[in-house]
Design a protein around this ligand. Structure first.
Ligand code: AMP
Ligand code: ZN
Length: 469
């Protein structure tokens, strides 16, 4: 297996780019924190799942056998990420007046529909927290046996002082933190950074989701679910764990503490975190109600795949700001690529062999993407290939190979259909009226408005004709 290509990834744990050295040669075990299914996922959440998808595709394309696991959080995630605030599922139950299972099923289905629209491949294993309570209880028992957990006030807590390196991922210094700690709400905790492994009914009245446990009827903390499920499916030590940057100080810090506390061994080799997508200058957050979903994109005539294309232009570890206008611009670039590729495909078959002239394109593409997911350089290579002097059949072959990793779905692209949304129809009607009245400035203004929705309007004998821009 030593012939597999070299992969370099940024490890949050070491704050450096490291060469991937899987525990089992040729195989990569990958865990990605999944959605809390109490609401729609916004396109910021989906940014995280898109780069994780590119990671899995890149590893597979390089020849690794990948086991990709993702959890579905359907219990235990409190509004604060730590131990404060209401359970997110309970908030949704109050909001929608439905049972938690119905809510979880609905938002899980929408999540995977959104993933399909964005060409995100389904992980090999998708596991629900509520179906792994036994594994969580077993892990908490193990933590108790090793002196890492204690009971207080009916709950079970992780004792952050029971391990020597709590907070190493986020480089937290407990002594300094403790000196400046806020007044702790939960007087059961020995240390303000201790966190709940198991709540009993003392936390919320009328908690719908409850299970019997050695500590009383109750429900698990959020962090324990990922430790328990990741270890259940991938073992006590595995290769890569991913999530958004917000998970570094609390969720992943606590996952490491629990897992390493229970086994006494280093848990995950490489921790990868992606930066946030922000709307203008504001963080997109469900709690603020300013979140944009895949459906919002469609309502604005933005193809979900054009959003994926937009993301490729930025590195996953940089914060990315967007507005709908920025996405419309990206859509114009995406449509140009789509038209060029459809034409290439219509007139050629992919070359079975590449000439020496094509090789450097391939080499440069894979060097970029295997170097900590350099998608911007990889996307530049897509355009460079299209504009090159290579024979069309070789261009096509290269682009389809590149797309195995980029996941834009090039092999299935069809000529874009004009989708007449009410907004688009209104602009066309207004432009027709402006032209009838020979109001040319207004007609030009409306042409620009139509262009913002991604369409080019052409005037012919039969009236206005629309083309994807
Ligand atoms: P949640 O459903 O809140 O647990 O979040 C699902 C995933 O999306 C997690 O990996 C988060 O870190 C990530 N995430 C949350 N907000 C954003 C954002 N604005 N941009 C990118 N990723 C995000
Ligand atoms: Zn997690």
């Amino acid at each position: 297996m030593s012939s597999l290509p070299k992969i370099q990834l940024y490890n949050t744990l070491s704050r450096t780019i490291e060469e991937l050295r899987p525990i089992t040669s040729g195989e990569v075990k990958l865990y990605c924190c999944g959605p809390t299914v109490y609401n729609f996922q916004h396109i910021g959440n989906l940014r995280t799942y898109i780069w994780e998808d590119i990671l899995a595709r890149m590893l597979r394309q390089a020849g690794y056998k990948v086991t990709h696991v993702m959890n579905i959080t359907d219990v235990g995630h409190l509004a604060s990420d730590a131990d404060e605030g209401e359970d997110k599922m309970m908030l949704a139950m109050k909001r929608e007046k439905k049972k938690s299972e119905e809510i979880a099923d609905y938002y899980t289905k929408v999540f995977f529909d959104d993933c399909a629209a964005l060409n995100i491949q389904k992980p090999d294993i998708v596991c629900k927290a509520t179906e792994h309570i036994a594994q969580m209880i077993a892990l908490i028992k193990r933590l108790e046996e090793r002196g890492c957990a204690y009971q207080a006030g009916g709950n079970v807590y992780f004792d952050v002082r029971s391990i020597s390196d709590y907070g190493k991922l986020a480089r937290l210094n407990l002594d300094k933190l403790q000196a400046g700690a806020r007044i702790e709400q939960d007087s059961n905790k020995r240390n303000p950074h201790d966190f709940a492994l198991w709540f009993t009914k003392s936390k919320f009245e009328n908690q719908e989701l409850q299970w019997d446990s050695p500590w009383g009827r109750g429900y698990p903390g959020w962090h324990i679910e990922c430790s328990a499920m990741a270890m259940h499916y991938l073992g006590e030590q595995f290769d890569i764990h991913c999530g958004g940057i917000d998970h570094v100080p609390v969720h992943h810090t606590n996952e490491i503490a629990q897992s390493e506390g229970a086994t006494g061994k280093a848990w995950v080799t490489i921790w990868m975190h992606g930066e946030f997508l922000v709307l203008g200058t504001e963080k997109m957050a469900k709690s603020k109600g300013n979140f944009i979903t895949v459906n919002t994109l469609r309502e604005n005539s933005i193809d979900p795949l054009a959003y994926r294309y937009f993301l490729l232009g930025a590195h996953y570890r940089t914060q990315l700001s967007f507005t709908l206008d920025i996405l419309r611009n990206a859509q114009q670039g995406f449509e140009k690529l789509r038209s060029a590729l459809i034409q290439l495909r219509a007139e050629n078959s992919p070359a079975p062999m590449l000439s020496a002239a094509a090789e450097p394109f391939k080499v440069e593409f894979f060097e970029s993407i295997r170097n900590d997911l350099g998608t911007a350089q990889a996307l530049a290579l897509v355009h460079k290939t299209l504009q090159s002097e290579l024979p069309p059949s070789e261009k096509l072959s290269l682009l389809l190979t590149f797309d195995e990793v980029l996941g834009l779905g090039m092999a299935h692209w069809k000529a874009a259909q004009v989708e007449l949304t009410p907004a688009l129809q209104a602009l066309i009607d207004a432009r027709k009226a402006a032209r009838a009245a020979k109001n040319w400035p207004e007609s030009d203004r409306l042409r620009d408005e139509i262009a913002k929705l991604g369409y080019i309007v052409e005037d012919g004998a039969g009236g206005q004709k629309l083309k994807k821009g």
